[in-house]
Write a protein that binds this ligand. Structure first.
Ligand SMILES: *[C@@H]1O[C@H](CO)[C@@H](O)[C@H](O)[C@H]1NC(C)=O
Ligand SMILES: *[C@@H]1O[C@H](CO)[C@@H](O)[C@H](O)[C@H]1NC(C)=O
Ligand SMILES: *[C@@H]1O[C@H](CO)[C@@H](O)[C@H](O)[C@H]1NC(C)=O
Ligand SMILES: *[C@@H]1O[C@H](CO)[C@@H](O)[C@H](O)[C@H]1NC(C)=O
Ligand SMILES: *[C@@H]1O[C@H](CO)[C@@H](O)[C@H](O)[C@H]1NC(C)=O
Ligand SMILES: CC(=O)N[C@H]1CO[C@H](CO)[C@@H](O)[C@@H]1O
Length: 586
């Protein structure tokens, strides 16, 4: 007996040695020569690339701190600054303040990136400076949406990072200063919601509230992308007014959808009427969709899920053409504009969140193809003519393609996405790096530059690229990212308890997994749908509301085709119309 055991141990040891040492060596030497991927090749690449992105961030950050801080953004070509907070979204540059010296916008936007890069000393220094010097009591008219995602989101996220268990501060230096600033800012937002509809004005004066004769026109994303930041602020401060205002606006907006479950792009906050009926998934609408699914993940509320699912299915039905998304009239569903806009590149990231990996992959590839054609993404590209839009030829260092690349890599671990990331990093360094920072591209056909380094380059572009190559900073905890790339943790305290009816029939087989990880995008890696469908080997059930992305009929036949929602472990069923989802009422 014991002799036999010894033999088998010896054999086993040999096998283990082979597997651990010899096999990788053979594998590495073969794969290096035929240029495929091996573990050590990839980890060396990840190390090299994360170092490269780190250098990009600090080149942007240090130049901002030297030439622009405490003003809002850096002008990298003239090594000067711009107080751009009051210009954001203000295309006609109306009502610009006379006496406004900036709110250190780029510094606020850099806080969460500094934490991800592990620079706690600089983070602490920045927090202390902001808590002593930043004030929102300024006579400046600002865009509510921009101010919410950049300043409020930046402050709330940094507050959470400052107070998490990892103790980033010298004893006693952090006393919720960022939260106090966020709360002060949130209170200044509230007068914007004082309309007959509850839909907020797009513009507000930080000191005096809504100006007389202020425009009543706003956008869908302007009303529908406030819930993450304002909801988090309410949860942190215990003051429910912020979440209530954002939720009330979202309800009103959702109530304005057409019978096709489509929304327009612009509307009037006084009358609650649509102004622009054509819409898509790009500018003016984009983050509305993003915030429905992310609010569901962050707060666990069933109603966000239902809104998202209806909206998502309508997008797939009326806007999608193959891997592309055009615009359509919300009333008829008829296609209006056949254009790709650079902002749409966030969509595959949202699709990864709901598990629609196949569709996300195909759309992402199309965006990357256009990126490669020009070296960066043009703001608008005419799909029907395959040319750049005559006036929107710019690329302001936008993050969306890097963001989707990061999500797809997290979901698939396919090293091809690192190649994409490398190509993005290389073109940014080649075309947009100047001595004083990173400059926007004015015209992608000539690569002529523009003297502006947007704060989202530090908050998002550098952050997603860095996390693509080094995801260790966020390991062990689930986060969602706001539309400005600021992480918010998914914690059970903020979750609504789900009704028992949502729990799938065979709960025991997946319970353990779901208790360990809270429902979020990144827990896709332990996708319970895969565990729960052993009878469907080879038939991968991917998505929350999966519309199979084939050229055929996009439909399911039975409940078994739909499996279990991998982000929240609820059983899905096949509707009478043939769509998978959480059809509670049929
Ligand atoms: C802005 O800076 C100018 C020049 O330094 C100064 O005169 C002015 O008072 C400042 N404005 C505010 C609102 O602090
Ligand atoms: C943190 O950032 C500051 C400012 O760029 C820099 O001087 C310092 O070396 C950084 N520290 C680390 C650990 O990266
Ligand atoms: C508001 O608009 C009205 C009508 O156009 C005008 O008479 C009034 O002066 C405006 N008020 C301000 C403060 O601009
Ligand atoms: C993405 O698409 C490419 C090209 O069609 C394919 O080779 C690859 O397997 C796809 N990856 C995923 C995760 O679907
Ligand atoms: C539930 O799933 C587990 C593991 O897949 C299996 O062993 C068990 O028999 C299932 N129970 C029922 C009631 O289907
Ligand atoms: C209250 C105050 O002014 N605090 C700080 C603001 O920033 C300057 C320089 O950046 C510091 O010296 C002040 O202490």
């Amino acid at each position: 007996m014991s002799g036999k055991r010894k033999t088998s141990w010896t054999i086993r040891t040999i096998i283990i040695i082979f597997v651990l040492i010899i096999f990788p060596t053979i594998f590495v030497s073969c794969s290096m020569s035929d240029d495929s991927y091996s573990y050590s090749y990839l980890s060396a690449k990840r190390k090299r690339m994360s170092h490269k992105v780190r250098k990009m961030f600090y080149h942007a950050y240090d130049n901002y701190m030297t030439y622009a801080f405490p003003h809002d953004e850096l002008k990298p070509m003239t090594k000067s600054f711009t107080d751009s907070l009051s210009e954001l979204g203000n295309l006609k540059l109306e009502n610009l303040p006379q006496e406004y010296n900036g709110s250190a916008l780029t510094l606020v936007e850099s806080l969460s990136s500094l934490v991800i890069l592990g620079n706690n000393t600089e983070f602490e220094r920045a927090v202390i400076w902001l808590s002593e010097n930043l004030t929102f009591d300024v006579d400046a008219r600002i865009n509510l949406f921009e101010c919410n995602i950049r300043l409020l989101g930046g402050l709330v996220s940094a507050h959470i990072l400052a107070t998490d268990s990892r103790n980033r501060f010298t004893q006693g230096t952090y006393n919720n200063q960022l939260l106090d600033l966020a709360q002060d800012l949130g209170k200044r937002f509230l007068p914007a919601f004082n309309t007959p509809t509850g839909l907020p004005y797009a513009w507000i004066n930080l000191k005096y509230g809504v100006m007389e004769n202020e425009t009543t026109e706003t956008s869908t994303s302007g009303c529908g992308s406030l819930i993450l930041e304002m909801g988090a602020l309410s949860r942190l401060t215990g003051d429910p007014r912020f979440e209530y205002a954002a939720l009330h606006a979202l309800h009103k907006l959702w109530g304005m959808r057409s019978s096709l479950n489509l929304l327009g792009t612009t509307l009037d906050v006084e009358t609650g009427e649509w102004i622009e009926y054509s819409s898509g998934i790009g500018a003016g609408v984009d983050s509305f969709y993003e915030y429905l699914i992310k609010a569901h993940i962050l707060f666990g509320k069933e109603e966000y899920w239902r809104m998202f699912q209806s909206a998502y299915l309508a997008v797939q039905k009326y806007f999608r053409y193959g891997s592309w998304y055009h615009e359509a009239d919300m009333r008829t569903g008829r296609a209006t504009y056949w254009q790709l806009t650079s902002l749409q590149a966030f969509w595959p990231g949202v699709q990864v969140l709901v598990g629609d990996i196949t569709a996300a992959n195909l759309t992402h590839r199309e965006f990357f193809r256009v990126w490669k054609k020009f070296g960066v993404l043009p703001e608008r590209y005419l799909l029907d003519h395959q040319i750049v839009h005559p006036t929107e030829k710019y690329y302001p260092l936008r993050p969306e393609l890097a963001e989707s690349t990061y999500y797809l890599y997290q979901a698939t671990k396919d090293p091809w996405y690192m190649e994409v990331g490398e190509a993005i990093v290389n073109s940014l360094n080649l075309h947009t790096k100047v001595e004083g920072g990173f400059a926007s591209v004015r015209d992608v056909t000539t690569m002529q530059l523009e003297d502006h380094q947007h704060s989202f380059f530090l908050a998002e572009t550098c952050k997603y690229l860095y996390l693509l190559f080094d995801d260790s900073p966020l390991m062990g905890r689930n986060y969602i990212f706001t539309t400005e790339g600021h992480p918010l943790p998914v914690i059970s305290d903020w979750h609504e308890k789900l009704p028992d009816s949502y729990i799938p029939r065979n709960w025991t087989s997946i319970k353990i997994e779901t208790q360990k990880k809270h429902a979020s995008a990144m827990s896709m890696q332990v996708c319970p749908a895969n565990l729960a469908s052993p009878g469907h080997a080879g038939h991968k059930i991917e998505s929350v509301c999966h519309v199979p992305d084939t050229w055929s009929d996009h439909r399911c036949l039975t409940d078994d085709d739909c499996g279990i929602d991998s982000t929240n472990c609820r059983r899905r069923s096949c509707s009478m119309a043939g769509y998978c989802g959480l059809w509670l009422f049929i």
